[in-house]
Design a protein around this ligand. Structure first.
Ligand code: HPA
Length: 277
C-alpha cells in the first residue's frame, strides 16, 4: 500500500471513530465564507486536530474543522478552513480532506474561494460560477503511483465542473436575484500575489479569475468520480488592474462584504442540487 493511501486510511479510521455521519454533499468554504458553517443545522463539529494524521492549516482567519450537519434536509460535510499548498504541504496532503469527504459518502463537491478578477467586466465583490479551471501552474495531486483504490491513472477533465450542476446554480442565482458571473479559474501556487505581468499571462491563457486553491482539490475529486461545482468570490481586481497594491486585509474585507450574497447562493444551490440527485 502506498504511504499516501495508508495515511488516508488512517485518517478515515480515526474520523470514523468520531462519527458515523454520511454526507450527501461536501462543501469547502473559502476566505470570507467561513460563517456559512454557522447557518447550517449542526450535528457535530470535528477539529482537524482530532483526526490522526490530518494536515492542519496555519493561515489566520481559517478555522480548521469539519462541520457535519444539514442544509435544510441535506446532509453535508463542510470544511471550515482548508489546507493550502503555499503553507508547505505536499499536494497529496492538500487534497487529503477532499478524499476523506468522498470516503465519508459525499458524491458532490462544492468548492468556494476568493479570487482576483481578471476579466474586464468583473468588479470586486462579484460572484463567479466556475466553468473550467487551469491547474497547470501547480503540481498535480495525482503525481506518483496511481492510487488504484481511488480512481484511474488518467482521469478525464473535460467536464471537471459538472454541466448539470452549473445549470442548477445559474437557475438558483436567477431565482434568488443574485448576479452571477461565469468564468475560468486559474490556480497559482502563491502565497505572493501575482505580478501584473503574470496577470496579463493568465488573461492571455483564458483565465477570468486567479487564486491559490481549489483546482488541485477538484482534480482529486474528479479522480474519485465526484461531481464538482464551484463558486468564486472575486474579492479584488487582480494585480495591475486596479491601480493600487493588493493587501490581504482588503481581500478579506470585500469577501466579507459579499458573504451574505455568497451564503444565500450556496445555501439554495445545495438544496436544489440535492433535489436533482
Ligand atoms: N490573487 C490570488 N489569490 C487571490 C486573489 C488574487 O488577486 N484575491 C483573492 N485570492
Amino acid at each position: 500500500m502506498s504511504a499516501t493511501y495508508e495515511k488516508l486510511m488512517k485518517c478515515y479510521a480515526s474520523l470514523r471513530e468520531l462519527t458515523d455521519f454520511k454526507p450527501q454533499l461536501a462543501l469547502v468554504l473559502g476566505s470570507g465564507l467561513g460563517g456559512f458553517a454557522d447557518t447550517i443545522r449542526v450535528a457535530q463539529r470535528i477539529s482537524y486536530h482530532a483526526i490522526d494524521g490530518f494536515p492542519t492549516s496555519t493561515v489566520e482567519g481559517h478555522k480548521g474543522q469539519f462541520v457535519l450537519g444539514y442544509v435544510d434536509a441535506v446532509p453535508v460535510v463542510v470544511m471550515q478552513g482548508r489546507v493550502h499548498y503555499y503553507e508547505g504541504y505536499d499536494m497529496q496532503d492538500v487534497v487529503l480532506p477532499i478524499r476523506l469527504m468522498k470516503l465519508m459518502g459525499a458524491e458532490v463537491l462544492m468548492v468556494t474561494n476568493a479570487s482576483g478578477g481578471i476579466r474586464d467586466t468583473f468588479h470586486a465583490g462579484d460572484l463567479m460560477l466556475i466553468r473550467d479551471q487551469i491547474a497547470s501552474f501547480v503540481p498535480s495531486p495525482l503525481r506518483g503511483a496511481n492510487l488504484e483504490e481511488l480512481g484511474t491513472r488518467f482521469p478525464d477533465m473535460t467536464e471537471a465542473y459538472d454541466p448539470k450542476l452549473r445549470r442548477i446554480i445559474r437557475a438558483v442565482a436567477i431565482q434568488q436575484d443574485i448576479p452571477l458571473q461565469v468564468g475560468t479559474y486559474l490556480q497559482f501556487a502563491g502565497p505572493q500575489f501575482e505580478t501584473p505581468a503574470e496577470i496579463r499571462m493568465a488573461k492571455a491563457l483564458g483565465a477570468d479569475a486567479v487564486g491559490m486553491s481549489t483546482a488541485c482539490e477538484v482534480i482529486a475529486a474528479r479522480h474519485m468520480g465526484m461531481r464538482v461545482c464551484g463558486i468564486s468570490c472575486v474579492s479584488n481586481l487582480a494585480a495591475g488592474l486596479s491601480g493600487g497594491p493588493l493587501l490581504h486585509e482588503d481581500v478579506q474585507k470585500s469577501a466579507d462584504e459579499a458573504a451574505p450574497r455568497f451564503e444565500k447562493l450556496v445555501y439554495h444551490s445545495i438544496i436544489a442540487i440535492a433535489k436533482s440527485m
